[in-house]
Design a protein around this ligand. Structure first.
Ligand SMILES: CC(C)(COP(=O)(O)OP(=O)(O)OC[C@H]1O[C@@H](n2cnc3c(N)ncnc32)[C@H](O)[C@@H]1OP(=O)(O)O)[C@@H](O)C(=O)NCCC(=O)NCCS
Length: 131
C-alpha cells in the first residue's frame, strides 16, 4: 500500500476503495464517482483552511488520466493553490493502487476545484487569517 506522504508538498486527505456499486452499466468505475471522491478530498483541506463550512463553487479543471478498476485503493493528495477573500483553490491528484500492491500505483486524476467559505446563511464569508 502506498504511504501517506508525497515529496511534492501535497497531503493525503482521503482514501477509499472502488467497489462494485461504483460501476456503470459496462462494469467500469463511473467517472462521476471519482469526481465525487476528489471533491471530498479537496473539501477536507478547504474545511480546515476555512475553519468551518464550505461549498464547492467551481471545478476549474478535471482530467481523467487512467481508468479505475473495482478493488483499486484511491488515494487523494491535495494542496492549497490560492486563497482569495472567501475562496480557496485546491489542486488534487488521485492515485490508484491496484490490488493493494504498492508498486502498482498510477495517477488516475488531476483536478483543480474552488471552494467558498460560507456563513450560517449560506453566503460567502471572509477566510480567517492564515496561520
Ligand atoms: C458559493 C456561493 C454562496 C457563492 O455565491 P456568489 O454570490 O457567487 O459569491 P461571490 O460572487 O461573492 O463569490 C464568492 C467567491 O467565490 C468565487 N467564485 C465564484 N464563482 C466562481 C467560479 N465560477 N470560479 C472560481 N471562483 C468563483 C469568487 O471569485 C469569490 O472569491 P473571493 O471572495 O475569494 O474573491 C453560491 O454560488 C452558491 O451557493 N453556490 C452553490 C454551492 C453548492 O451548493 N455547491 C455544491 C453543489 S451540490
Amino acid at each position: 500500500m502506498p504511504g501517506t506522504e508525497r515529496n511534492d508538498g501535497r497531503e493525503l486527505t482521503y482514501r477509499v476503495v472502488a467497489m462494485p456499486a461504483d460501476t456503470n452499466a459496462f462494469g467500469d468505475i463511473f467517472g462521476g464517482w471519482l469526481m465525487s471522491q476528489v471533491d471530498i478530498a479537496g473539501s477536507i483541506l478547504a474545511l480546515r483552511e476555512a475553519e468551518g463550512r464550505v461549498a464547492t463553487v467551481a471545478v476549474k479543471e478535471f482530467r481523467f488520466l487512467a481508468p479505475v478498476a473495482v478493488g483499486d485503493l484511491i488515494s487523494c493528495y491535495a494542496e492549497v493553490q490560492r486563497r482569495g477573500q472567501s475562496s480557496i483553490t485546491v489542486h488534487v491528484i488521485a492515485e490508484a493502487c491496484r490490488q493493494l500492491e504498492a508498486h502498482r500505483v498510477c495517477m488516475v486524476a488531476d483536478a483543480t476545484l474552488v471552494y467558498v467559505a460560507l456563513n450560517e446563511d449560506g453566503r460567502p464569508r471572509h477566510l480567517p487569517a492564515s496561520s
